[in-house]
Design a protein around this ligand. Structure first.
Ligand SMILES: Cc1cc2nc3c(=O)[nH]c(=O)nc-3n(C[C@H](O)[C@H](O)[C@H](O)COP(=O)(O)OP(=O)(O)OC[C@H]3O[C@@H](n4cnc5c(N)ncnc54)[C@H](O)[C@@H]3O)c2cc1C
Ligand code: SF4
Ligand code: SF4
Ligand code: SF4
Length: 414
C-alpha cells in the first residue's frame, strides 16, 4: 500500500488523487491507515506535530509525545481512515475546502490565501496590549467572544510556569485564562490537543488559535468526507479559527542556545519577539537582542514540510509585521469578519488602515513567497534521514541556499 502511495506521489499523479490510493486500499481490506501515517510521515521525520491525527481518532490509537503521534494501541484501530484523511503533510487540501470556509468577498488571493480585507488592529485596553505579543488582537477577540456568549471556550497555547518558553495546550473559558496564555512562545505548542477536552466536556461553540499547520489540521478535520461523530463535532462546534503567521518554530534546545547567545540563564527569558532580529525581554524587564540569522539555525527541522506562512485557511490571520504594538490582521471569512467587527463595534478593538504602514503587507508578501520558493509539496520533499545525510537540516535555507536550491546557471560569457 505504501508503495502504491509513493508510486502515485513520485510518478507525478495529480495530488488530489493521492488520497484515493489509501481509501481504495482500505476498501480491499487488511490495511491500516495509521501504518501509512507512521511509515510515510512520522518515521520519515516529515511530521510537523499538528496533532490532527491524534484528536480525530475515535478510539485513541495514538498518543502525542514530543511533538509526534505514537501509535500506542494499533490493535484498537477501527479502520476509519480519518487519521490519514486529516494529515496536512500527506496530501494538499481538497479543492472544495474554500467552499466550506464561507470566504469574505472579494476573496483576494495574492499568493498567501484568499482574504476580504486587512487592517492593523489592537485591543483598546493598554494592559492587555502590554501582556500580549503584538496588539493583543487575538486575546481581545477571544475574550470578547467569551464575554458576549459568542464562544464558550477557546483552544489556546498556554505557558508552562516553570519553563516560560515551552508551551502547552489549554481549553480557556475565562478572561484570566486567556490573558495568562497571551504572548507567543516560539517553540512548538500543541494547542489543538485541547480540542479533545472541548469535545469531552461538550464546550461549544469554541475558537481555535494556532499556527498554520494546526489551522490546516483543524480544517481537514472539519471538511472530512468521512461523516464520523468526531469530524462532525469539529465541523459543527468550531466557530472561529485564528491563525498566527508563522515563518518557523524553534526546537526546545534553541532556548538554551539563545541564552548562550545573549549571555543569560534561559530561565530569565520572559518573552521572545522576532522583528527582523530576536528581541528578548528578561524577567527584570531588560531587553537584549540576538541575530535572527544565527537563531534560525535552531528552527525545527520539521518546519521544512510547510508552505504556509499566512495561515491561509484561517478565519482571521494575525501577525506582528509592520507596526509595533499592533497586530496585522487579515480577515478571510464571514466568521472572521463577524468576530472582528462586533469587537470593534463594542469598543474592545480599534483598527487602522494597512496603508498607515505599507511595510506590513510588503513583508507579508515577501515572507509568504520565500516559504514556498522552489519547494515541492511536502510529500515530495526528502525525508529527515536523507537531509541528515546531506548535512542540511535548516528548513529556512534548504530550498534557497541548500541542497534543494536550483543549480546555479553557468556564466558562459568568455
Ligand atoms: C511559533 C510562532 C511563529 C510566529 N511567526 C511569526 C512570523 O514569522 N511573522 C509574524 O508576523 N508573526 C508571527 N507569529 C505571530 C505573532 O507572534 C503573534 O502571535 C501575532 O502577531 C498575534 O499577536 P497578538 O498580540 O494579537 O496575540 P496575543 O493576544 O498575544 O495572543 C497570542 C496567542 O498565541 C497563542 N500562542 C502562543 N504561543 C503559541 C505557539 N507556540 N503555538 C501556537 N499558539 C501560540 C496563545 O494561545 C495566545 O492566545 C508567530 C507566532 C508563533 C507562535
Ligand atoms: S481508528 Fe481511524 S483514526 Fe484511529 S488509527 Fe484507526 S484509522 Fe486512524
Ligand atoms: S503532521 Fe499532524 S496529522 Fe500528520 S502525522 Fe504529524 S501530527 Fe499527525
Ligand atoms: S512553520 Fe509551519 S510546520 Fe512549522 S510551526 Fe509554523 S506552521 Fe507549523
Amino acid at each position: 500500500m505504501i508503495d502504491r502511495y509513493r508510486y502515485l506521489v513520485e510518478s507525478g499523479a495529480d495530488p488530489a488523487e493521492w488520497s484515493y490510493a489509501w481509501r481504495s486500499a482500505l476498501n480491499r481490506g487488511g490495511f491500516q491507515a495509521v501504518d501509512l501515517l507512521m511509515e510515510e510521515i512520522v518515521e520519515t521525520g516529515r511530521c510537523v506535530g499538528c496533532a490532527a491525527c491524534v484528536t480525530i481518532c475515535p478510539v485513541d490509537v495514538c498518543e502525542y509525545r514530543t511533538e509526534r503521534p505514537v501509535d500506542r494501541h494499533p490493535e484498537a484501530c477501527v479502520l476509519c481512515v480519518l487519521c490519514a484523511e486529516v494529515c496536512p503533510v500527506l496530501r494538499p487540501a481538497d479543492k472544495d475546502l474554500h467552499e466550506m470556509l464561507d470566504l469574505r468577498p472579494p476573496a483576494i488571493d495574492e499568493g498567501f490565501g484568499p482574504y476580504g480585507y486587512g487592517v492593523y488592529a489592537r485591543s483598546t485596553d493598554p494592559d492587555w496590549v502590554a501582556r500580549a505579543q503584538d496588539g493583543g488582537l487575538v486575546s481581545a477577540l477571544v475574550i470578547h467572544g467569551l464575554e458576549t456568549n459568542a464562544l464558550a471556550g477557546a483552544v489556546l497555547g498556554d505557558v508552562k510556569p516553570e519553563q516560560r518558553q515551552i508551551g502547552r495546550h489549554i481549553l480557556a473559558t475565562t478572561r484570566e485564562e486567556v490573558l495568562g496564555a497571551a504572548g507567543s512562545r516560539y517553540t512548538y505548542s500543541p494547542n489543538t490537543l485541547a480540542l479533545l477536552d472541548a469535545m469531552r466536556l461538550d464546550v461549544s461553540p469554541i475558537a481555535v488559535v494556532g499556527v498554520p499547520c494546526q489551522v490546516d489540521g483543524v480544517r481537514f478535520q472539519q471538511n472530512s468526507s468521512i461523516p464520523l461523530s468526531l469530524a462532525n463535532w469539529y465541523r459543527d462546534n468550531i466557530a472561529l479559527v485564528i491563525g498566527l503567521l508563522c515563518s518557523e518554530a524553534f526546537t526546545h534546545e534553541s532556548i538554551a542556545k539563545l541564552g548562550e547567545m545573549i549571555d543569560v540563564e534561559p530561565e530569565r527569558i520572559e518573552n521572545i519577539n522576532i522583528k527582523g532580529k530576536v528581541v528578548v525581554r528578561l524577567n527584570d524587564g531588560e531587553i537584549r537582542t540576538a541575530s535572527l540569522k544565527r537563531y534560525q539555525e535552531f528552527a525545527r527541522p520539521a518546519c521544512l514540510y510547510c508552505l504556509d506562512y499566512g495561515a491561509e485557511n484561517a478565519d482571521i490571520s494575525a501577525g506582528g509585521i509592520g507596526m509595533d504594538n499592533w497586530t496585522l490582521t487579515l480577515v478571510r471569512t464571514e466568521a472572521g469578519h463577524r468576530a472582528l467587527q462586533t469587537a470593534i463595534d463594542d469598543g474592545w478593538v480599534e483598527s487602522r488602515p494597512l496603508e498607515d504602514e505599507p511595510r506590513g503587507m510588503f513583508l507579508f508578501d515577501m515572507l509568504a513567497a520565500s516559504k514556498k520558493k522552489n519547494r515541492p509539496l511536502p510529500a515530495l520533499m526528502p525525508t529527515l534521514p536523507e537531509r541528515e545525510t546531506l548535512g542540511w537540516l535548516n528548513p529556512k535555507t534548504f530550498y534557497t541556499k541548500g541542497p534543494g536550491a536550483p543549480a546555479a546557471i553557468e556564466d558562459e560569457t568568455p
